[in-house]
Ligand binder design. Structure first.
Ligand code: MN
Length: 206
């Protein structure tokens, strides 16, 4: 009998593995997408395979309401459903040479007083995260916020809507940057797909 979760492939990237060079290298993209992301997906599906209700739901809806997840699989769903969803989201907001403009850019400038101030605040937050996790720009009831989440804990679970994020797990940058997280964060600012962030912002507002 085939167990659901085995031999099912995650969505391929919508760009080549080397598309983000030199900011994120091809080898990192391959192992990050094909191995790390795939493993989160496999473990998530294996955990919920016997649960028809969760199987029928989008992973984001599951993370938004963890109350419906049985206790025995709760932490597995948080870790692996989170890992699956966050990586799927992360790939969409990466692209080289997209100008910082649009309504979301206007809102960022209004909140932080300019792109450089935003970059500084976001970088400071990402550098302050001890261990593994993600740094996010999210939309909340109080407007835009920069937050960190540990491990694969999700902003969606906190009722916050993701607009952009950076993966600050070491597996996201270690091959190229080793322990130099600051250089990786600096590089990240060259590959933010502001057009996609704009779409996430419009969806979050509606
Ligand atoms: Mn990752």
């Amino acid at each position: 009998m085939q167990i659901i979760g085995e031999n099912m492939k995650i969505e391929p990237l919508s760009y080549t593995y080397n598309a983000l060079e030199p900011y994120i290298d091809e080898a990192t993209m391959k192992v990050h997408h094909d191995k790390h992301h795939q493993a989160y997906y496999d473990k998530y599906l294996a955990a919920i395979a016997q649960n028809k209700k969760l199987m029928a739901m989008d992973v984001r809806e599951v993370l938004a309401d963890l109350g419906q997840v049985p206790k025995e699989i709760l932490q597995t769903v948080i870790n692996n459903g989170g890992g699956y969803y966050h990586h799927s989201f992360f790939w969409t907001i990466l692209k080289k040479s997209v100008p910082f403009k649009g309504k979301v850019a206007d809102a960022i400038v209004k909140k932080w007083g300019g792109f450089e101030n935003f970059k500084e605040a976001f970088t400071k937050e990402a550098l302050s995260l001890f261990g593994s996790g993600w740094t996010w720009l999210v939309l909340t009831d109080n407007g835009l916020e920069i937050i960190n989440t540990k491990n694969q804990d999700s902003p969606v679970t906190l009722g916050k809507k993701p607009l952009l994020c950076i993966d600050v797990w070491e597996h996201a940058y270690y091959l190229k940057y080793q322990n130099k997280r600051a250089e990786y964060i600096e590089a990240f600012f060259h590959i933010i797909n502001w057009e996609k962030v704009e779409k996430h912002y419009a969806a979050a507002l509606s």
